[in-house]
Design a protein around this ligand. Structure first.
Ligand code: GLP
Length: 243
């Protein structure tokens, strides 16, 4: 880590500050598979408790940026693992595949979400949230429909942003918000009429459905479900035998 990186007193918890410092160090300076310093060394270097170090490292392990080898220490993950577990926007996902992304905004409003979403975002019952529906294209082909919810206090004035570009970029630019964790589930579904129409397929055709609840520093921001054409989209996973 560079010498300007310091953990300071302030509103951001120390473990979160340290996590970001370590993330930068890993991304910039540590090649895949390098050992990271011991808990004790890191605690000393950044003048924080070992508990803080443990919490910061634990989070990076969870994200897949670091891996623990029993009895040997903690190492930066191999590149493949990072790719697999990287929390990616649609825009980044398409660019990595060499495709050009495009987005149409189909709906943007403020409504009370279903109870499940209110729960996931930590909203009071019937408290409105921003609802966003977008169609995403790759090289001009309609590939996905995204319907989801955003926490109104985390992203006030969301409807005023350019919602036809990368939302994750917009959140970073306008709210300094970096979504750093997500819980994503994948399921299959047959296309209903409306989704089929939007994607240029037939009702009943297969879709891959991803529901992602994403948060920034532990605070949930989006509950987004994406319907991808089953005939056009695939997910690649790099699986290493670790047990
Ligand atoms: C993926 C995720 C969505 C997320 C979107 C952001 O599609 N499934 O949950 O909202 O990426 O992508 P972008 O930043 O390109 O708008």
């Amino acid at each position: 880590a560079s010498t300007t990186d310091r953990v300071v007193d302030g509103p951001t918890p120390k473990h979160a500050q340290l996590r970001e410092i370590l993330r930068r160090a890993i991304e910039r300076e540590l090649p895949p598979g390098s050992p990271i310093p011991s808990e004790r060394d890191l605690a000393e270097r950044y003048q924080v408790s070992r508990l803080t170090v443990r919490s910061a490292i634990g989070k990076l392990v969870e994200e897949g940026l670091l891996t623990r080898a029993r009895g040997k220490g903690t190492f930066t993950a191999t590149r493949r693992m990072e790719l697999q577990l990287y929390l990616m926007s649609f825009t980044d996902d398409m660019r990595r595949r060499g495709l050009t992304p495009a987005t149409e905004l189909l709906h943007c409003g403020s409504e009370a979400p279903p109870p499940e979403t209110a729960g996931a975002l930590g909203l009071a019952p019937r408290q409105p949230a921003y609802r966003l529906v977008r169609r995403r294209r790759a090289d001009g082909v309609p590939l996905a429909v995204e319907r989801g919810w955003y926490h109104p206090r985390r992203v006030p004035g969301l409807p005023d942003l350019d919602l036809t570009s990368s939302l994750y970029d917009q959140l970073a630019q306008h709210y300094d918000l970096r979504l750093d964790h997500a819980r994503q589930t994948v399921r299959s579904e047959a296309a209903d009429r409306e989704t089929a129409r939007l994607l240029g397929i037939r009702a009943g055709d297969p879709l891959l459905v991803f529901r992602r609840v994403s948060s920034a520093s532990g605070v949930p921001v989006e509950d987004m479900t994406s319907w991808y054409r089953g005939d056009r989209y695939e997910v690649t996973m790099q699986l290493d035998r670790t047990v």
